[in-house]
Write a new protein. Structure first.
Length: 174
């Protein structure tokens, strides 16, 4: 059974790994992104915006800068992955992005890692089979590196990560 975005956020917040935005601007953000995407938005993406996630560990969430006056709205990084049929969710702090797949048309699509060095053209590896599982993996990313976890440790949290259609998981990406 998959974990919902809300469940993942509650778990990570209890662990101190998730920070939320102080002010709830989710209604405006959802409206703006829905317009940017042509009226359609995966349910998981809307759920993430409604959770007001600011960051998970050292990974900053990518949100439009909301302002009630339309001429002041800025999509910024949101447009960075649209040509690759993805919506950016988080930055790794080095210019790379984690993006939600839009090509599948699913309500709970996979999350992929996009490298800035190839201008985000295609996903390099699968980062989670859903946003909920991705959030749990993201929270353990740095710790897994420090501990030297073996390739494929991600399967213990996300047993479907190796089934993501657009790119393999990191340990198979080469």
């Amino acid at each position: 059974m998959d974990i919902t975005v809300s469940e993942a956020c509650r778990l990570l917040e209890a662990q101190g790994a998730l920070r939320r935005l102080p002010k709830d601007q989710s209604e405006g953000i959802v409206q703006q992104v829905r317009e940017l995407l042509g009226g359609q938005m995966p349910a998981d993406l809307e759920a993430l915006y409604r959770e007001r996630v600011q960051s998970v560990g050292d990974f900053a969430a990518i949100l439009p800068k909301w302002n009630e006056r339309p001429e002041w709205r800025r999509e910024g990084a949101l447009r960075a992955l649209l040509t690759a049929q993805a919506v950016p969710l988080f930055s790794d702090g080095s210019g790379n992005l984690y993006g939600l797949d839009l090509s599948s048309g699913e309500q709970r699509p996979a999350v992929y890692f996009f490298d800035h060095e190839d201008l985000f053209e295609t996903p390099h590896w699968a980062a989670g089979s859903s946003i909920g599982r991705f959030l749990l993996l993201l929270a353990q990313h740095d710790q897994a590196i420090e501990e030297g976890r073996p390739p494929g440790w991600e399967l213990s949290i996300d047993p479907d990560i190796d089934k993501c259609p657009r790119a393999p998981p990191i340990w198979q990406a080469g």
